[in-house]
Design a protein around this ligand. Sequence first.
Ligand code: SAM
Ligand code: SF4
Length: 500
Amino acid sequence: MIELDIPVKTHDESRQGEALMLAQQPENKNGRKLYIESYGCAMNFSDSEIVASILLEKGFETTNDFKTADVIFINTCSIRENAEVRVRNRLKEFKVAKGKNPGMVVGVLGCMAERLKSKFLEEEKLVDVVVGPDAYRDLPNLIEQVDGGQRAVNVLLSREETYADINPVRLNSNGINAFVSIMRGCDNMCSFCVVPFTRGRERSRDAHSIIQECTDLFNQGYREVTLLGQNVDSYKWQAPPKPSPEGRALNEELTEDDQKVSPAGGDLEGATVNFAGLLEMVALIHPDLRVRFSTSHPKDITDEVLYTIAKYDNICNYIHLPVQSGNSRVLEMMNRTYTREWYIDRIDAIRRIIGDCAISTDVITGFCTETDEEHQDTVSMMDYVKYDFAYMFMYSERPGTLAAKRYADDIPEDVKKTRLQEIVAKQQQYSLVRLQAQIGKVQKVLIEGTSKKSDQDYCGRSDQNAMVVFPKDDRYKPGQYVNVLAERCTTATLMGRIVD
Ligand code: SAM
Ligand code: SF4
C-alpha cells in the first residue's frame, strides 16, 4: 500500500499504532493501567475513545508504555492484508512483555477480532480477550473473566448498538478537533470490502445525542468536529414522537450558563432526520464550530447535502468521495452500484452547487480482471476531477468477501504495483496543481498547534482541508481562526503569513 504524504484526517498514517492517552484521571482509581493503540480508519480511533470512556469509569488510568501496563488493547483493522500483518507483529512484542508480567491482560479489539473471532485464541495464543466492535460495553466483564483465569470472547454484532449514551473521552486530544461517530456498520456490499462482515449492519445514532455531543465539545473549546460513518449520506434517524426526558434535562442544564450555547434541533418530534438535516443542525450549533464529515458514497450523496454545504460557511468545502475505479465494468464487479457517468454527474453537481470545493478519493488498482485499458479509465477520471488528494491502494483479497468468493485475484502483483505507481505520480501532480491554485489567496485557517517542522511556526487547516504553515504571532493561539495569505507550497502544504 502506498499513501501519499498528504494531510488528511480520515486515515492519518502518523497516528497508526500510537499510544492513546487520556488527559483526565479516573474518579475512583482501581490501580490498573490501560495501554491502548489503534490502527486503520478514523472510526477505529473514535471507537478507542468509547473503550477508554468505559474503562475510565471503572477506574483505569492510561499509560504510553505497554511494558508497564496491566491491560493492553490493540484496536485493529482488517481492510487489507498488510494491516493485519502489522497487528500480528505487534502482538508478538506484547507476548514478550506478558512473559515478564504474566498478570497482564492482552486484548484484540475491532475488525480483526470480529473477523477471526475465537480463532485468535486458538491459533495465536497471543491474546486473552477478543472483542468485536459492538461489544465494548462488555469489556469490564471480559477483563474480570480473564482475571479469573479464563480467556474471554465477545464478538456479537448488534443491529442497535450505537454507543449513543456514552460520551466519549478524548484520547491524545489537541482540544480543537474531534471525531464524532454518527452511525455504525455498512449495508453496502462492495465486493472487495470486509467492513460489512466486521462491523455489521448499518445503524444511525440518535440525532439528539450527536447534537448534544457536538455542543458539549464546542463548550469545552473544540472548534472542529468530523462526523464519521462508512456512508454518511445514508444517515437516517427517526425521532420519537415526544422528546425524551433526558433530552429536556440536558437542555435545561446547559442554559444555566449563558456563556455556553444550547443544542440546536431540540424539537424534532416524530421527524425523520437525514444527513442534510443532521449537517444543518450541527452547523447551527455555532458559526465558529467547523463541520467536516467522512465518508460520502457516490451513489447516495444528494443535491440536498450539497446545497446544505453551500448554505453554511462553517460546513467545510471538502468532500471525500471514493471512486475506487473509473471504469463502469470494474465498478459493477466491485458492486459499487454506480457507473463512471453517474460519478462524473456527482462531481459536476459539486462544482455547480458548491463551486470551489476540495475533493479527495480512494482508488484501488488491479482489482480482479481489470485490463490496462480499464485502468486508463481510472487515470482519465483523475484527469477529469483533478483530486486535491487521494488514498491509493493495490487490491488485496480479503477472505469471506464477495470478490474472494466469486473472482480470481488474477492481476499479478507487479502489474498492480505499476498501475499504482502511475496513479500516485498523477495524483502528486494534481495535489501540487490544486495547492498552487491557492497561492495569492487568503485562507481562513483554524490554528491547530505548533508546526512539527519548526516551533516558530503554527500549523492549521484551511476550509478545504489543506495543511497551512505560517509564522507564529503572539496575538493568536491554537483554537482561533486567522486569515493567512498563501505565498508558496509543496505537494502537501501551503506556506504563508497572517494578514489582518
Ligand atoms: N466506506 C468507505 C467507502 O465506501 O468508500 C470506505 C471504507 S474503507 C475503510 C477505505 C478504503 O479502503 C476503501 O475506499 C477502499 O479504497 C479501500 N479498500 C477496501 N477494501 C480493500 C481491499 N480489499 N483492497 C484494497 N483496498 C481496499
Ligand atoms: Fe466497504 Fe463499500 Fe461499505 Fe465502504 S461502502 S465500508 S467500501 S462495503
